[in-house]
Design a protein around this ligand. Structure first.
Ligand code: PBG
Length: 326
């Protein structure tokens, strides 16, 4: 009897053979590393739910940046934790707000590093929502004005990319118009175009201290059950002038990453969020999985799904392992 079948294993016979036919690769250029800058002094505090991730104050930023550069990371995503919060998140757009201060300092000392500014209000508002609040409502159009102010303040401080994450409708149109008018025509917008209301953000809310004080974010972030809505969100952001499209979270939403990659001709960014990072850390700490293998498998899966860039807390670890591999 002569069997007819394909010998797929021919291309898996050795590490060299597997390397020869490998379809996707990771490099340090793929990663954007989130940084939490804490207003104040003498702070370098590990986030308890995110081992290896630290909140740092300005006096500890040099050591942190040196470490980032030594790992070969070329871009950072900045989040600020202000000492004072108010109803409209004034510290988000104040000229001396912590992110503006940090951006100016990084630009001066590490001019080659790309600074992506997260443009949101939740870390800066007393109620912890991403926009203006009236009663129990999150106001859309009123919030846009504050977001535009924030984006302009970030650009004035030297941010290379503006990344609005607030999920108000029209934020790309508003921020694009505001940046253009303020003379920042060449500053791109990396839009959190497709952002779901996710429980995977839990550890981030400890890191950035921006948990909503009432209700949740379900009236502005997307329902995890929806796919077609992601097309509508991405379409409007493209039409409004976005330069990059973020899909967030990453791991449970790889189908959406692929959809966005196949249907829109802009760089796609997967946000490998805090909860995804923490799950692996916790399982690895228990000896239940191999951290290095799991993290690298997760990251290559983003590339396979179509992500051009990955925002990830694992960037330092991954860069270190990539170096060892070479
Ligand atoms: C701010 C923002 C959040 C994250 C990034 N920007 C939190 C949220 O929307 O609640 C989450 C990132 C992460 O979990 O790693 N709007």
């Amino acid at each position: 009897m002569e069997l007819q079948f394909s010998r797929h294993r021919r291309l898996r016979t050795s590490a060299s053979m597997r390397a020869l036919v490998r379809e996707n690769h990771l490099t340090p250029d793929d990663f954007i590393y989130p940084l939490f800058i804490y207003e104040g002094e003498n702070i370098r505090r590990e986030v308890s739910s995110m081992p290896g991730v630290f909140q740092v104050s300005m006096d500890n930023l040099k050591a942190e940046m040196d470490d980032i550069v030594a790992h070969g990371i070329k871009s950072v995503l900045l989040f600020g934790i202000p000492t004072t919060k108010d109803e409209c998140g004034t510290q988000a757009f104040h000229d001396h707000g912590i992110i503006q201060v940090a951006t100016r300092w990084i630009k001066e000392h590490y001019p080659e590093i790309i600074i992506v500014a997260d443009t949101c209000l939740c870390e800066y508002t007393s109620h912890g929502h991403c926009g203006m609040v009236e009663g129990d409502k999150i106001l859309n159009d009123e919030s846009l004005e504050l977001l535009v102010k924030t984006a302009i303040a970030q650009a004035e401080a030297g941010a290379d990319i503006i990344a609005p994450s607030n999920m108000m409708d029209g934020f790309v149109a508003a921020i694009r118009a505001g940046l253009d008018e303020a003379g920042f025509k060449d500053i791109p917008i990396m839009s959190y175009a497709v952002k779901y209301a996710s429980a995977f953000y839990g550890p981030f809310r400890e890191a950035a201290e921006g948990a909503p004080q009432f209700g949740d974010r379900k009236t502005y972030q997307m329902d995890p059950a929806n796919r077609m809505e992601a097309f509508r969100e991405a379409e409007s952001d493209v039409a409004e002038g976005a330069d990059f499209l973020i899909v967030k979270p990453g791991m449970p939403y790889l189908d959406i990453v692929r959809d966005v990659k196949n249907n829109f001709n802009l760089p796609v960014v997967a946000y490998n969020v805090s909860g995804e990072y923490s799950m692996i850390k916790a399982a690895a700490a228990n000896g239940w999985i191999d951290e290095r293998q799991t993290v690298m498998e997760m990251l290559i899966a983003f590339k396979r799904a179509g992500a051009d860039l990955i925002i990830t807390y694992a960037a330092k670890d991954a860069c270190g392992w990539l170096k060892e591999d070479h």
